[in-house]
Design a protein around this ligand. Structure first.
Ligand SMILES: Nc1nc2c(ncn2[C@@H]2O[C@H](COP(=O)(O)OP(=O)(O)O)[C@@H](O)[C@H]2O)c(=O)[nH]1
Ligand SMILES: [Mg+2]
Length: 201
């Protein structure tokens, strides 16, 4: 697929790959850490301490004002989708109700993956609500576990009360190709949204 025309300021001057910040959200145990780990091109960072050391060039993407003291770990990874598009992945910390404490965590995020475990749909309700409140476009990734039952997508859309425009895809968060497909779906969704927004101007 052609992602080259993706309209994001990225790096000033337009040289090098565009950097896109993507949140990986979802309820506890839905596979956020697993997805960041499986898909990342770099050895993913899971603690704030290592994050501070290794992310000098992406500090502006993180947007967290004071990262020196924290007791919450954050998953961070990075994947080049093609020569011109680099995604920086930020797993959201647990306990969505405390996200407001992470001022700036979502700053500059162009989109999000909300992971859902269909055996426990409700665990991701809060994450979906927060994305809607923060106005971050998202796709739903159904992380399939061995004993997950197969549900028609539209049934899940109803149960989660998700707009018909929001993509819902199944994935295996442990699998790199599958997780990458979810990210490609998200980028496509963002492109479609920006195309629609441009048309309606
Ligand atoms: N079978 C299966 N297990 C998974 C999958 N994704 C995550 N897990 C397991 O589910 C547990 C919770 O995953 P984790 O990534 O820590 O969830 P998080 O709380 O959202 O970060 C871990 O023990 C994972 O190994 C999956 O796609 N299939
Ligand atoms: Mg985790």
């Amino acid at each position: 697929m052609d992602l080259k025309g993706f309209d994001h300021p990225g790096r000033p001057g337009g040289s090098g790959p565009r950097s896109v910040k993507v949140m990986i959200a979802g309820g506890f145990g839905t596979g956020k850490t697993t997805m960041v780990r499986s898909v990342s091109d770099i050895k993913p960072l899971t603690t704030e301490e290592t994050l501070t050391q290794a992310s000098a060039d992406v500090d502006h993407l993180i947007g967290v004002a004071d990262k020196t003291e924290t007791t919450v770990s954050l998953d961070f990874g990075k994947i080049g989708l093609n020569d011109s598009l680099m995604l920086y992945l930020f797993g959201t910390p647990g306990q969505e109700r405390f996200w407001f404490l992470w001022n700036g965590l979502f700053k500059g995020a162009l989109g999000a993956v909300v992971l859902v475990d269909t055996r426990r749909l409700a665990s991701s309700f809060r994450a979906i609500e927060e994305m809607e409140r923060l106005d971050v476009p998202f796709v739903i990734a159904l992380n399939v576990f061995p004993d997950s039952r197969e549900h028609p997508i539209e049934e899940i859309r109803d149960a989660l009360d998700i707009s018909p425009h929001t993509p819902i895809v199944a994935c295996d968060a442990r699998d790199r190709a599958s997780s990458r497909d979810v990210l490609v779906t998200l980028i496509r969704h963002l492109k479609e949204r920006s195309a629609v927004a441009l048309e309606s101007r």
